[in-house]
Design a protein around this ligand. Structure first.
Ligand code: KIV
Ligand code: ZN
Length: 508
């Protein structure tokens, strides 16, 4: 019988730690919900002690998620473990994930501890965590550069202390498939009580080998695979969930393992993460890149027309990407719209459907055909929790190569309209300045990214902005067939985000 692989998703912890990928509470909750739909086994929701924001997010995810285990990371310290347990308490399936570094380099220079003290601390903190939480995972940080004999001893000790999952990270992305496979085999054969624990691996991608190393570990009996959506994470990232899963599925002949992931949710999960973070996936990225299923060369197109299997080892449909997307237009009714949304995985309250349906009708008036990608963009750029303080009512911009750009903007707040006019260095800058004059909130624009949702001159533009103020950053996103409109929506989203977060912080 095939082994059942467990997917431990750390997008919200290791992934979120990487520069440019920070998410607020609402965004983390939204992604966690999608990870549950994707059917991952474990969601690592954060590092509770790291910040009040991390702790609040773990708590919110613990409240919401019923099907997956929810984990919080902790150093091997009582205060970290207490913080994790406090945040996890309401989870149906909580897990404390505790770690300590085991390589000579880390023990000497970072921990400044003797190996025997590290071993004692690891075991006693696992026992401490195990008294609080029914499930404890232990990670030997920098395991791939640690002495194997020391790893055997520390794993034996933590399993005796109650760890049910032992994780072997390639923290700095240094190992190679053959070497990592041998390490896992060594652990399986030399840790006497290994039958009482699940072997887990956690590979970083510094040499581009994270997925290859993880797959080699599967051959050697690793059961839990730690990974992130789109491969995001510290430095060059972690093993990409979508690449691991599609490798295991496509090459089942090689790995012979089963998993619970619903692969048809992969594309949507990847897109949602990009929309939330504003970081686009490189076009040639395996599985989820825009070109992953595109066949440009004539010879390839000819082969594909003759038979898809000539150049296609997996179908786009298997990751939830539909080749012949059903097209909606301005004559499509609410029923067809709702049905299509359901097929795309959106089931939401009636009021939200009504709002997005109105946006769809507006879009269909300006764009000949509305594709699945357009519908996804309308839905994913919305905020699900935040009630916006300011709503865009109207804008007019006047711009050209011989005049100073001017923008007039009307925003609505508490049913009252506020209007202002400003000039700027181009129409987008002028509109942002007008918003600043109305709201009295000024930001530094850190990042502005625009991309077309689909092909064609009437395509929608999706804008994401990252702005900062008093050392804090806020993100916003907007979509429209008019790039100025999309930019204004994105900027206003960031303003509303800031107001929402400040309100939340004063209330909690
Ligand atoms: O890369 C690493 O070693 C980690 C551990 C904390 C699991 O992220
Ligand atoms: Zn890591």
């Amino acid at each position: 019988m095939a082994n059942q692989i467990q997917i431990f998703d750390t997008t919200l912890r290791d992934g979120e730690q990487a520069p440019g990928y920070s998410m607020n509470l609402e965004e983390k909750v939204r992604l966690a919900r999608q990870l549950e739909i994707l059917k991952v086994n474990v969601i690592e929701a954060g590092f509770a002690i790291a910040s009040p924001g991390d702790s609040a997010a773990i708590e919110a995810v613990s409240d919401l998620i019923k099907e997956c285990t929810v984990a919080s990371l902790s150093r091997s310290l009582k205060k970290d473990i207490d913080a994790s347990w406090k945040a996890l308490r309401s989870a149906v399936k909580p897990r404390i994930h505790t770690f300590i570094a085991t390589s000579d380099i880390h023990m000497e220079y970072k921990l400044k501890m003797q190996p025997e003290d590290v071993l004692q601390q690891a075991a006693s903190m696992v026992a401490y965590a195990r008294n609080l939480c029914p499930e404890v995972e232990f990670s030997a940080e920098d395991a791939s550069r640690s002495s194997q004999e020391f790893l055997y001893r520390i794993f034996e000790a933590v399993i005796d202390a109650g760890a049910r999952i032992i994780n072997i990270p390639d923290t700095v992305g240094y190992t190679t498939p053959k070497e990592f496979g041998a390490l896992i085999r060594g652990i399986r054969n030399n840790v006497p009580n290994i039958d009482k624990a699940v072997i887990s691996v956690h590979c970083h991608n510094d040499l581009g080998l994270a997925v290859a190393n993880t797959l080699e570990a599967v051959r050697e009996g690793a059961v839990q695979l730690e990974c992130t959506v789109n491969g995001i994470g510290e430095r060059a990232g972690n093993a990409a969930l979508e690449e691991l899963i599609m490798s295991l599925k496509t090459r089942r002949d090689q790995y012979n393992v089963d998993f619970s992931i619903d692969t048809t949710r992969i594309h949507k999960t990847s897109r949602l993460l990009s929309t939330i973070t504003g970081v686009l996936v490189q076009p040639n990225k395996a599985i989820v890149g825009a070109n992953a299923f595109a066949h440009e060369a004539g010879i390839h197109q000819h082969g594909m027309m003759a038979h898809a299997s000539t150049y296609e080892i997996m179908t786009p449909e298997s990751i939830g990407l539909h080749r012949n997307t059903m097209v909606l237009g301005k004559h499509s009714g609410r029923h067809a719209f709702v049905e299509r949304m359901k097929e795309l995985g959106y089931t939401t309250e009636k009021s939200v459907m009504d709002e997005v349906f109105a946006q769809f009708k507006d879009l269909a008036d300006r764009k000949k055909t509305v594709t699945d990608r357009d519908l996804e963009a309308l839905m994913d750029t919305r905020s699900t929790l935040m009630i916006p303080t300011y709503i865009l009512n109207q804008y007019v911009v006047n711009s050209g190569n011989t005049i100073t750009a001017t923008a007039a903007v009307i925003l609505t707040k508490d049913k009252k309209n506020y209007e202002d006019v400003s000039t700027g260095d181009g129409p987008v800058d002028a509109a942002f300045n007008a918003i600043e004059r109305i709201t009295g909130i000024s930001f530094t624009l850190e990042e502005y990214v625009i991309h077309a949702v689909t092909e064609g001159k009437d395509a929608q533009g999706e804008v994401s902005v990252r702005v900062s103020r008093d050392g804090k950053t806020y993100k916003g996103r907007g979509v429209s067939t008019d790039v100025i409109g999309a930019s204004i929506k994105a900027y206003l989203f960031a303003v509303n985000n800031m107001i929402h977060e400040e309100k939340y912080e004063t209330e909690h």
